[in-house]
Design a protein around this ligand. Structure first.
Ligand code: ACO
Length: 321
């Protein structure tokens, strides 16, 4: 059986790191470290420099993933980028990254599923590899949310950061490692609780992020718990089989609640939200690169990747590392 196996993970964070305590002085926000840490677990975020874009950061993460996989850019034949903050409407950020990496073969495209984007992109890449339409795919989440935040809205601007994460997926025959299944959902009835209020469909301006935090929180807790159970059940597995949870990094309280529901010890639930804040589609691959880069995951470990975001969209991917 053909399986999509993670051959390498990479991440990139902009150099500028802004701790909670600096938000007042640097951005004029009336807030406190205590308020942010207590409600979200966030202690700092990275903010892109003026010249940095989703494609430049995505390319940096992809380079690290390729290097760790020992794979040359010339072997990549598909690039899928999840982003809500593309360099421009077109060309796709994925094609820009293809150019940054000097790749001229294969194909590249973006997908839009907000914070669930990386899980969606993994599912699409897995389908392409399993059907033989590609043999080696770069799957990237990359975001410059600092550019779509309303810096006068302290209820949202303190929650997000910039960054990129990437994985290299290769098609392998006769292995029990790799992606077991991906489970995707969306429900447009909840579109207005988390959105960017701009784009060609509205005023024509780029728009800024708006969020009804309490409602999003409620949906996140119920939908994330059920989608991981759905993924385990689809593979005849249960909580006891799971070694790692790599959740979307939005809020430590949501992450801890998920870990408890799945009976996972704290050290098996990957947490980077304290250091990265919420980097939307980049948060899962950044968290994966962080824990894999520290050599903590063993080959064959069963892990669930899960996310929820604007749409609403949500989903989970179950894989053996
Ligand atoms: N600093 C200090 N005070 C603040 C801040 C701030 N940064 N932001 C809001 N407040 C104040 C409010 O003005 C309000 O004051 P008031 O009671 O005097 O009016 C008070 O704090 C409470 O505000 P709430 O918005 O009700 O705070 P809540 O406890 O709901 O926490 C939060 C807000 C952290 C956003 C929470 O709702 C949450 O985590 N929601 C989930 C968000 C999430 O996970 N989103 C991501 C999923 S999808 C994605 O990643 C895009």
């Amino acid at each position: 059986m053909l399986r999509s196996v993670i051959a390498g993970c990479g991440g990139y964070l902009p150099e500028r790191c802004v701790p909670n305590a600096a938000l007042a002085a640097e951005f004029g926000i009336e807030t406190s470290d205590e308020w942010i840490v207590e409600r979200t677990g966030i202690r700092q975020r990275h903010i892109a420099a003026p010249g940095e874009t989703a494609s430049s950061m995505g390319a940096a993460a992809a380079r690290q993933a390729l290097e760790r996989a020992g794979i040359e850019p010339g072997q990549v034949d598909a690039i899928i980028v999840a982003t809500a903050t593309p360099d421009s409407a077109f060309p796709a950020t994925a094609v820009r990254i293809q150019q940054h990496l000097g790749i001229t073969q294969g194909f590249a495209f973006d997908i839009a599923a907000a914070c669930t984007g990386f899980v969606y992109a993994l599912g699409i890449a897995d389908a392409l590899l399993k059907t033989g339409q590609a043999r080696c795919a770069l799957v990237i989440g990359t975001e410059v949310f600092s550019r779509i935040l309303d810096w006068t809205d302290r209820g949202t601007c303190v929650l997000f950061g910039d960054g990129a994460g990437a994985v290299v997926l290769t098609a392998e025959q006769g292995t029990d490692r790799g992606i077991l299944s991906t489970h995707l959902h969306s429900d447009g009835r909840h579109g207005d609780i988390l959105l960017v209020d701009g784009g060609a469909g509205s005023t024509g301006g780029p728009g800024l992020l708006r969020m009804a935090g309490k409602e999003v929180f409620r949906h996140a807790v119920s939908k994330l718990a059920s989608v991981v159970d759905e993924a385990l059940a689809a593979n005849g597995l249960n909580h006891a089989d799971l070694r790692w949870l790599v959740p979307h990094q939005a809020n430590l309280r949501i992450i801890e609640a998920m870990g408890k529901k799945l009976n996972l010890p704290r050290e098996r639930v990957v947490v980077t939200v304290d250091r990265h804040a919420n980097t939307s589609a980049a948060s899962i691959p950044l968290a994966l690169a962080d824990v894999a880069g520290r050599g903590l995951i063993e080959r064959g470990d069963l892990m669930a990747l899960e996310g929820i975001g604007g749409g609403l969209t949500w989903g989970a991917c179950l894989l053996r590392f």
